[in-house]
Design a protein. Structure first.
Lengths: 288, 156
């Protein structure tokens, strides 16, 4: 493991002060499921100081008001998967959190870490994008909010400045009539990183026509985004098998827009099927 | 690199330690406390051989810094039973031949204990999920799941 100095601030203010002082040589340590591995692999020679925030309980919360859900960045995946608030108001996020790693990883890994690490395969990111989540970034005596899609700019890249810390993730709760889907493909059922995943939120009017569609695939784009071309195919329609397939194809087209790889012939039909299944889940239609 | 004071309660016994900033809980347990029941397998959180229970939660001790655990309670396989009085899980692992090479066994036992602590009457699916973070390469999953089921019955 790389050598570093470790700091255990007692308050958020103290942690932000340390970040400001260290000017980029420090990293925030939460669950450690990504950072400790890269430090041990000596991939992060630039990191000289570690600021352990695991004891800042003020960053560990799930709060619900009339319309919104607010999550502290230290909320562990297991807490999200088990939370009645999240299961009811953002079921796709609970489903994604439950699919991550193993019980050990879910007990330790945090949603803030998942977002800031910004791996393309991060399972909580597509649901958060489909939920329209924003992130709160704090520095000494200043804070700003960014939509998650703007915050993550590429693989493992974000707009987080060296003296900033992610302190909250917030989004509007799904309405009681909204349907959601989350599908995921990995090499095995448990303890595997997602090769691809898809999050879908759909709302329909009383006649079954789609009035809101949000489709966010993961691990197929350089940075997280919704696919309006796929959403527009469903909007205003009562989706049938053909339309759902078209929406899946639109996601595949968005995936291949940035070029083809050796894996593309496999991934194209797979992402179409994952999208179709997520849409059908959201429509509460049985698939096999 | 700095050193930090840490108080740990391991298997009910309190230890006041000084640890390096980058020392993993796994290393503290094995090298400082000589509790070598906890094993290091992959060192990257994939295999679960190093699983321990930290403040009631199952974690990979290779992915936790000891300095993050000040004041925490840690349960390791050494705290389960004694040579003369085995824990029901340990007895069940013997009865069901759920041990082959033995390297994953401490992790399996702690994963099973964490599961039964929260859910004393798990279904087959819940047992499989509870053990999903520990790899056995002798392919003994069936016997292990059966042993956990039997231990759950025993404890009832």
């Amino acid at each position: 493991m790389l050598g570093f100095d470790l700091y255990r601030p007692r308050t958020l203010q103290e942690a932000l002060k340390l970040l400001a002082e260290f000017k980029g040589s420090a990293r925030v340590l939460a669950g450690g499921t990504d950072l400790l591995i890269s430090l041990r692999a000596r991939e992060r020679e630039d990191v000289k100081n570690i600021i352990d925030i695991t004891s800042l309980r003020v960053l560990d919360f799930i709060q619900e008001d009339d319309s919104r859900l607010r999550l502290g960045p230290l909320t562990a995946h297991a807490q999200i998967a088990d939370s009645p608030h999240i299961r009811q108001g953002a079921g796709l996020l609970a489903a994604a959190a439950a699919a991550i790693g193993s019980p050990q990883i879910r007990n330790r890994g945090t949603i803030g870490g998942n977002v800031v690490n910004a791996a393309v395969c991060a399972d909580t990111v597509p649901p958060l994008v489909a939920l329209g989540a924003s992130v709160k970034l704090e520095r000494m005596e200043e804070c700003r909010w960014l939509p998650l899609e703007e915050f993550i700019t590429g693989p493992n890249r974000t707009r987080l400045e060296a003296d900033e810390m992610l302190t909250e993730i917030a989004f509007a709760k799904l309405t009681a009539t909204a349907g959601w889907g989350f599908t995921r493909l990995a090499r095995r059922e448990a303890m595997a990183i997602a090769r691809m995943n898809v999050a879908v939120v759909l709302e329909r009017d009383s006649r079954g026509r789609v009035v809101t569609a949000r489709i966010a695939p993961g691990a197929v784009l350089a940075s997280p985004a919704r696919i309006p071309q796929a959403e527009n195919i469903l909007l205003g329609q009562c989706p049938d098998e053909a339309l759902i397939h078209q929406a899946g194809q639109a996601v595949a087209t968005a995936m291949t827009a940035s070029g083809s790889r050796w894996s593309t012939p496999y991934k194209e039909p797979a992402i179409i099927a994952l999208t179709e299944r997520a849409i059908k889940q959201a429509l509460e239609v049985e698939w096999r | 690199m700095n050193k930090l004071p840490v108080t740990l309660i391991v298997n009910g016994r309190e230890y006041k330690l000084t640890v390096d900033a980058n020392e993993r809980l796994l290393d503290t347990l094995r090298l400082q406390l000589r509790l070598t029941g906890t094993k290091e397998g992959c060192g990257v959180g994939e295999c679960g051989a190093c699983s321990v229970i930290l403040d009631g939660q199952l974690v990979n001790s290779c992915m936790v810094l000891t300095a993050q655990c000040d004041g925490a309670r840690v349960e390791t396989v050494e705290g389960l039973g004694t040579a003369t009085k085995l824990h029901p899980l340990q007895q069940a692992f013997i009865d069901y031949n759920a041990v082959q090479c033995g390297f994953c066994t401490p992790g399996m036992l702690m994963a099973a204990k964490a599961l039964l602590d929260k859910n004393p009457d798990p279904s087959e699916a819940e047992i499989r999920q509870g053990l999903s973070g520990v790899l056995c390469r002798c392919t003994g999953y069936k016997q292990i799941a059966d042993a956990v089921k039997a231990a759950a019955r025993e404890e009832k």
